[in-house]
Design a protein around this ligand. Structure first.
Ligand code: HOZ
Length: 427
């Protein structure tokens, strides 16, 4: 193993952490188990780079799992946090910033007329489901294999991300009754959608999906798939929920719904609207959102929800994202990386590259990955070997075949060339 991966300070922290934190980490994927390494502990970040506690610098393609569209430590985001900090960190009461944030989100995300702030993507999705059930007076949820919507009970069936990474197919502690209400079908399979709606006509409260899947590796929706979902749900009276925790403000300013021109009924957002601070939100049609307490009786609450620090950081980032050149730049950077990796795939074989603005996955397989089954057939041992070599060469790629990599506007052409070369030398 490399000196990087055996680096002493990370190793020491991992040993201390093992004793007091389950698995030594506060979220499973970062334990690096699936890639046969031990956790790397980081000290600081700057632009497209991360530096670990041993002083090793990496070009970062995790980007805190999405929010760092403009890179780490953007001066405007830091300024916003610093100036807000002086006024206090949390009031447990309304603040000016949360109003501004809600106005911005409603202005930028096509389907959102009202929004409620929470503290994470998991909170957003579990609250959205409760609301959908209350609105439709139905209990069933339809989700797609490989999509990950956080760790609430209803979503831990055939989920991607950490569950796929660790091979956990069903999670102990989740009552069977909870998952019985979740119907799970393959992504991109319209026949399966129609069949599910035939079998459970007028019983499904909502279809929830990542409109572009990031948590099974990157899977792009087939032409017409999202449109068909919109039509099927509308016809049956079920709600359509887009989980845009990863795609919101990334694949386009207005998220995947703007890019594919589909209006879901509800949308969930996550860390990206906090500029790197812990945030989530769910929003959508006014007639649905008005059912939430205290306007309505669907209960959901949170002391830190809409806290001034996270709001200020998020507002600063969202304002910068509105600059015309942002998404052109983000797209160009992603294309540059994808083109280089695709050339490599053509040369070496056994490798497929999926990409969309700001997101990319290298799958180790000969077949295009259109669903979770195809993702699961990838050569995960090869992925692990390549990941370790990339880390040795100073590239911090998501440590799982079942996670998308994130590109930022500040990855330079040189960073990207270095990354492509590191892949070429690692395969
Ligand atoms: N579930 C996260 C990405 N899909 C990973 C979180 C983490 O390990 O930090």
């Amino acid at each position: 193993m490399s000196t990087t991966l055996l680096a002493s300070r990370s190793k020491q922290l991992a040993e201390r952490a093992e004793a007091v934190i389950p698995g030594g980490v506060n979220s499973p994927v970062r334990a690096l188990k699936a890639v046969g390494a031990s956790p790397i502990y980081f000290d600081r970040a700057d632009g497209p780079y991360l530096t670990d506690v041993d002083g090793n610098r990496y070009i970062d393609y995790v980007g805190s799992w999405g929010p760092m569209v403009l890179g780490h430590c953007h001066p405007r985001v830091l300024e916003a946090i610093e100036s807000t900090l002086a006024h206090g960190t949390s009031f447990g009461a309304p603040c000016r910033q949360e109003v501004e944030m809600a106005e911005l989100i409603c202005h930028l995300v096509p389907s959102i007329e009202m929004v409620r702030m929470v503290n994470s993507g998991t909170e957003a999705t579990m609250s959205a489901i409760r609301l959908a059930r209350a609105f439709t007076k139905r209990d069933m949820i339809l989700k797609f294999e490989g999509c990950y919507h956080g760790h609430a009970d209803s979503f831990l069936a055939k989920a991607g991300s950490g569950l796929a990474t660790l091979g956990i197919s069903s999670c102990p502690g989740v009552p069977e009754e909870a998952t019985k209400l979740t119907v799970t079908i393959p992504f991109n399979d319209l026949d399966a959608v129609k069949k599910a709606f035939k079998e459970h006509s007028k019983e499904i409260a909502a279809v929830i999906l990542e409109p572009v899947v990031g948590n099974a590796g990157l899977i792009i929706p087939k032409d017409g798939f999202l449109q068909a979902l919109r039509e099927v749900t509308e016809k049956d009276g079920a709600l359509l929920i887009f989980d845009e925790v990863m795609t919101g403000f990334r694949v386009a300013l207005g998220g995947a719904q703007a890019r594919f021109d589909i209006k879901p009924d509800l949308t969930t957002l996550g860390k990206i609207i906090g500029g790197g601070l812990p945030v989530g939100a769910y929003g959508g049609r006014k007639d649905i959102m008005e059912m939430i307490a205290p306007k309505g009786s669907v209960y959901q609450a949170g002391t830190l929800s809409g806290n001034p620090l996270a709001m200020a950081a998020g507002i600063a980032q969202l304002k910068m994202l509105q600059q015309a050149e942002t998404y052109v730049k983000l797209n160009n950077k992603t294309e540059l990386l994808a083109t280089g990796l695709k050339e490599l795939a053509d040369k070496k074989g056994g490798m497929k590259v999926a990409h969309i603005t700001g997101m990319i996955t290298v799958f180790f397989t000969d077949k295009e990955v259109v669903d979770f089954e195809a993702a699961k057939k990838c050569d995960t041992e090869k992925f692990a070997k390549v990941w370790r070599k990339l880390a040795e060469k100073g590239i911090y790629w998501p440590p799982s075949q079942f996670e998308a990599a994130f590109v930022s506007t500040v990855h330079s052409s040189k960073d990207i060339e270095e990354t492509i070369k590191a892949f070429a030398d690692s395969i």
